[in-house]
Design a protein around this ligand. Structure first.
Ligand code: GLN
Length: 509
């Protein structure tokens, strides 16, 4: 089997070949490193590739397997993975795509990294993102944007565009992202990949560089629903080092995905969220959404319309709460403790305050500065109740809306994003237009519910469209079944997975 063929398998298929001894973990890593080498000049998904570490981890796994010591490891054992550069990795530079952390080598691993290492999954490298995960296009990365493999003149979405493009371009079979307002799901939609935001607290945030702590969540990026389920079961579970981690059993997501592949959804109530489609949606996005709903119905699901009237205010409330938390979390980058330090220019008093100002001026990009200013204002005495207090009340109303909706439906659905991938530069001068990308994804972060995006086909412009499922809190398994069913139905109608239509000149070599 040629190298290029192997990288187009799903992670589950790669894992089966590793388990049977048909390929080694080293061969998988080598195949992906080759693709990375030929794809990166056009895609730029990675900030750092770590071939030596990846091969070392693969060899360690292969040796263990040869010694018969891999019994009981997760199914994905031996399969490599890419990591968003917002997640800290011991001994490997972690930058959050910011100049302020350039050169920072973390002295510890995030809990999810510890789990991947224990599972025998080699890390290929660190992927690009909007600086500190703030953005929807990766154009806010201090190191230049990532390109969308479907059309390299377009953005891959953001903030996790690096992870999404790496998986879409076959540079990695799996990746980890973080999702504060949509940064796993919206890039998933724009690149034709699967992206999951788990229940808030279901996956440890220990070692995820904080953006907005009450919203941030680490989750899987993959090409298939089953692969996402397998990965979420590896990284999920309670962690005493994260005080917001929920002490609960990891939901049976793999079983639910396998059940879904049988394509029988009888007895399942699927709720169309009235407020999350219609006007303002690109016609091709709405059309793919409507067709997918029809497929869900064909498989026996009962389709009901539900209303969540306060979702209208979700985006506005998010852009108060998120920057407030950003302004607090990013106060630690002060030039004192770690990261960049810039001394004030000659002639300016060399005080600590002037050093902090010079460091932040040089180290943060415009979008990050904008949010720190917004958040500091919203939290300032005299404005706190009017802004932050009101936004928190809206958040409660959104949670109540979801509670009511889940009395009528087992799972909710909507498009993942109102448009397909846009051109570089199209929204950079208009922050509000950029913020609108997340209108469908933000509500799940505000409510802490799990949600996922799967590809629903191509729009009239030939670009991928995302379909979103939202499940009740702590019931991540519930969305995996209809998602796997829809994926199977779409694949059958198309005669294969969505990436069959993707042109991949970098695989030809
Ligand atoms: N695009 C959204 C924002 O800019 C979401 C970011 C995220 O999920 N990290 O805030």
């Amino acid at each position: 089997m040629s190298d290029t063929h192997i990288v187009t398998l799903s992670a589950a298929e790669m894992a089966a070949k590793v388990a049977s001894g048909e390929v080694s973990s080293r061969e998988l890593v080598e195949a992906h490193l080759k693709v990375i080498e030929s794809a990166e000049p056009a895609i730029k998904a990675f900030l750092k590739v770590v071939p030596d570490e990846a091969l070392k981890q693969a060899d360690a796994f292969d040796a263990k397997k040869a010694a018969g010591e891999t019994e009981g490891l997760p199914e994905l054992a031996g399969v490599p993975i890419a990591i968003k550069d917002l997640i800290v990795t011991k001994g490997i530079e972690t930058t959050a795509a910011s100049k302020i952390l350039q050169g920072w080598i973390p002295p510890y691993d995030a809990t999810v990294i510890t789990k991947l290492k224990a599972a025998g999954m080699p890390l290929l490298g660190k992927t690009n993102l909007d600086e500190f995960a703030q953005g929807s296009s990766t154009e806010h990365s201090a190191y230049g944007p990532t390109h969308n493999p479907w059309d390299t003149t377009r953005v891959p979405g953001g903030s996790g565009g690096g992870s999404a493009s790496a998986v879409a371009a076959f540079e990695a079979p799996l990746a980890l992202g973080t999702d504060t307002g949509g940064s796993i799901r919206q890039p998933g939609a724009l690149t034709g990949t699967v992206g999951v935001k788990p229940t808030y607290g279901a996956v440890s945030r220990f070692g995820a560089i904080a953006m907005a702590s009450s919203l941030d969540q680490i989750g899987p990026v993959s090409r298939t629903v089953l692969d996402a389920a397998l990965l979420q079961e590896v990284i999920g579970g309670h962690d005493v080092r994260d005080s917001t981690s929920i002490p609960m059993k990891v939901p049976a997501m793999v079983a639910a995905a396998r059940e879904g592949a049988k394509r029988d959804l009888s007895g399942m109530r699927i709720g169309l969220v009235k407020e999350l489609s219609g006007d303002g949606y690109q016609p091709g996005v709405q059309a793919r959404f409507d067709e997918s709903v029809a497929l869900l119905k064909d498989m026996g699901a009962q389709i009901v319309e539900v209303s969540c009237p306060h979702l209208e205010y979700a985006l506005g409330a998010y852009y108060i709460i998120m920057p407030s938390e950003v302004s607090s979390n990013l106060a630690r980058y002060d030039g004192m403790r770690y990261g960049l330090r810039v001394m004030p220019p000659d002639g300016v008093p060399q005080t600590a305050a002037n050093m902090m100002a010079a460091t932040r001026e040089a180290g943060f990009g415009d979008e990050v500065k904008r949010r720190i200013v917004l958040g500091t204002y919203a939290l300032s005495a005299g404005y706190y109740d009017a802004w932050y207090g009101s936004a928190q009340k809206v958040r409660t109303l959104i949670i109540e809306d979801f509670h009511k909706a889940f009395e009528q439906a087992d799972v909710l659905v909507s498009p993942t994003s109102p448009t397909t991938a846009f051109k570089f530069g199209a929204k950079m001068d208009d922050p509000l237009a950029m913020y609108m990308n997340d209108i469908d994804t933000i509500p799940a972060n505000m409510a802490g519910t799990p949600a996922m995006s799967i590809p629903a086909g191509l729009s009239d412009d030939g670009l991928p469209v995302g379909f979103q499922f939202i499940a009740p809190q702590k019931r991540d398994d519930v969305m995996y079944k209809p998602a796997a069913a829809l994926e199977a139905a779409l694949d059958e109608r198309r005669g294969g997975p969505i990436w069959g239509s993707l042109k991949t000149p970098w695989l030809a070599k």
